[in-house]
Design a protein around this ligand. Structure first.
Ligand code: TAP
Length: 482
């Protein structure tokens, strides 16, 4: 069926002013890294260098932890919850005021479509600060235990798929509960975190309450190893999560780990098929599939599998892949060359193991990192594309006959982060939700996020929850004493 053409609808980048180099944000000031080394951050849609960013050494991390400790003992832990809340409300309002600038910068540095950064990421960032601002003076009513108090200085390390949103998930609850933070954004997406540092200054946040150190894995490791860190909050791959768990074993440090996933999106034969197809698209092609809770394994009841696949492929033919700054774009650029290579390697393994590969054949831009939305059918549970996280726009399709088989296949993974169920039967939704070993189960929808709702995993998807009342627990200590 022919589709009509869209005229270009480019978002202007004039709203952002990207400095050619960036320092570290320590003690409320932008400072040079002591080692003097820097790395480049590029726009993955064009390979254009956007800026040079300082690489924090262990000494810089030490300075940031000391600044956070001073702010913690002298100011932040002593401040009333109501006053802390005022700062969080102020940050939330500034995020809203500067939303367009933040969305454009996020899209340039990450490659995600502007309509996603504008309509999903940045509004959720503001919502997280508003939500946690509301908790700041009500912690004793949150059923966290007797006398909830902050833990101290928190080290936070985040990935590149939702750069500013992951920062908000980490910083908002930490600050609301009276902790101070040292945060490292991912190497490929540091720019919105640095703009957030500027927002902290604009909000007059006391110096040292938020410190941002840019760098690669070694900088993250320096945070993990620093003896002045009381708690770690990490989001990233299961491999690095395991290394962190090993590094802090036997120390007094607490940790929450939000790791990888291989979510099952399960479609029963009584589901509204067109709605389910939209949910499959949202589940795996939103944010180029760079989503830890993506519905990357599609389980379809056998008697409707051909029909679902047919409609899914037709729908994928209408997805617009290309310039992330175009407001009509559905699928943007892959975040980095390294990630593109990983997706290519795993999809080649899928073909080699015998699964049937299909893509829409859409045209791709000549520069930058791109991958066509791809469907693998005839996938066996043992295939690597059914077991390993691809973290790209690739869905692996398996079939089932009975609800029991669907549950067994869905749970046959080392991960346990998310699942989706598509059926018209409420009782089946409740039964499935009870059986599925996943931190989040969506029913007749997928990839919905809300600051009031706890998020986190089972098994190799990590431990601890972020968001909601449960997410506050990780940031407080309770019981007698001071
Ligand atoms: P990772 O390679 O694990 O990187 C995550 C963060 O850890 C980055 O800031 C990274 O720095 C840093 N890091 C790397 N090595 C480190 C070390 N030895 N010690 C301390 N920090 C270290 O993951 P990624 O490729 O950025 O992100 C994709 C993964 O994150 C996927 O597996 C995805 O499922 C998971 N993820 C999970 C969630 C939740 S909520 N469960 C959300 C988003 C993503 P550099 O970037 O500079 O290397």
């Amino acid at each position: 069926m022919p589709t009509f053409e869209y005229a270009p609808a480019p978002e202007s980048r004039a709203v952002v002013d990207i400095a050619s180099s960036h320092g570290l944000f320590i003690g409320g000031e932008f400072v040079e890294a002591t080692g003097g080394t820097a790395f480049k951050t590029v726009n993955p849609a064009t390979e254009e260098v956007l800026s040079e960013v300082s690489e924090a050494s262990a000494d810089d991390v030490d300075a940031a932890v000391r600044a956070a400790r001073t702010a913690y003992t002298r100011v932040w832990s002593r401040m009333s919850g109501a006053d802390r809340g005022k700062y969080l409300y102020r940050i939330a309002r500034i995020v809203q005021e500067r939303a367009r600038e933040l969305a454009v910068l996020e899209t340039l540095d990450n490659g995600k479509p502007i309509k996603e950064s504008r309509d999903v990421d940045i509004p959720l960032v503001a919502a997280h600060f508003f939500y946690h601002a509301g908790w700041a003076d009500k912690l004793s009513y949150a059923s966290l235990g007797e006398n909830p108090r902050p833990v101290g200085v928190v080290g936070q390390v985040i990935p590149w798929n939702f750069p500013l949103l992951m920062l908000a998930w980490k910083v908002a609850p930490a600050l609301a509960t009276g902790n101070t933070v040292v945060l490292k954004p991912a190497e490929t997406t540091p720019l919105t975190a640095l703009l957030f540092a500027e927002i902290c200054r604009q909000a007059d946040l006391p110096p040292g309450v938020v410190n941002i150190v840019t760098g690669a894995g070694a900088t993250g490791q320096a945070i993990v190893d620093h003896p002045g860190i009381d708690k770690l909050a990490f989001t990233g791959s299961t491999g690095v999560g395991k290394m962190i768990a090993r590094s802090i074993a036997g120390t007094r440090k607490r940790a929450t780990l939000e790791l990888g996933g291989k979510g099952a999106n399960i479609v029963f034969d009584d589901a509204a098929i067109d709605q389910a197809v939209e949910g499959i698209v949202t589940g795996i092609f939103f944010n180029q599939g760079h989503v830890c809770c993506a519905g990357s394994r599609l389980l379809v009841q056998e008697n409707v599998a051909d029909e679902v696949l047919r409609r899914l492929k037709r729908r994928l033919g209408t997805l617009r892949v290309g310039d992330p700054m175009d407001k009509n774009t559905d699928v943007g650029a892959i975040n980095s060359k390294a990630q593109l290579e990983r997706i290519q390697a795993l999809t080649e393994a899928g073909e080699a193991e015998g699964a049937e590969r299909w893509d829409s054949g859409c045209e791709l831009p000549a520069h930058g990192y791109w991958f066509r939305p791809t469907v693998f059918s005839g996938v066996a549970q043992t295939h690597r594309i059914a077991q390993e996280e691809i973290f790209g726009p690739v869905v692996s399709v398996l079939t089932f006959r009975t609800p029991g088989e669907a549950v067994a296949k869905a749970n046959n993974t080392p991960y346990g982060l998310s699942a989706g169920v598509w059926t018209e039967k409420g009782s089946r939704i409740l039964w499935m939700a009870d059986q599925l070993r996943a931190g989040v189960v969506w029913a007749n929808t997928f990839n919905k996020f809300d600051p009031t709702s706890p998020f986190g995993g089972y098994k190799e998807s990590g431990y601890g929850r972020e968001g909601g009342r449960h997410g506050l627990e990780a940031y407080v200590t309770t019981g007698g004493g001071q």
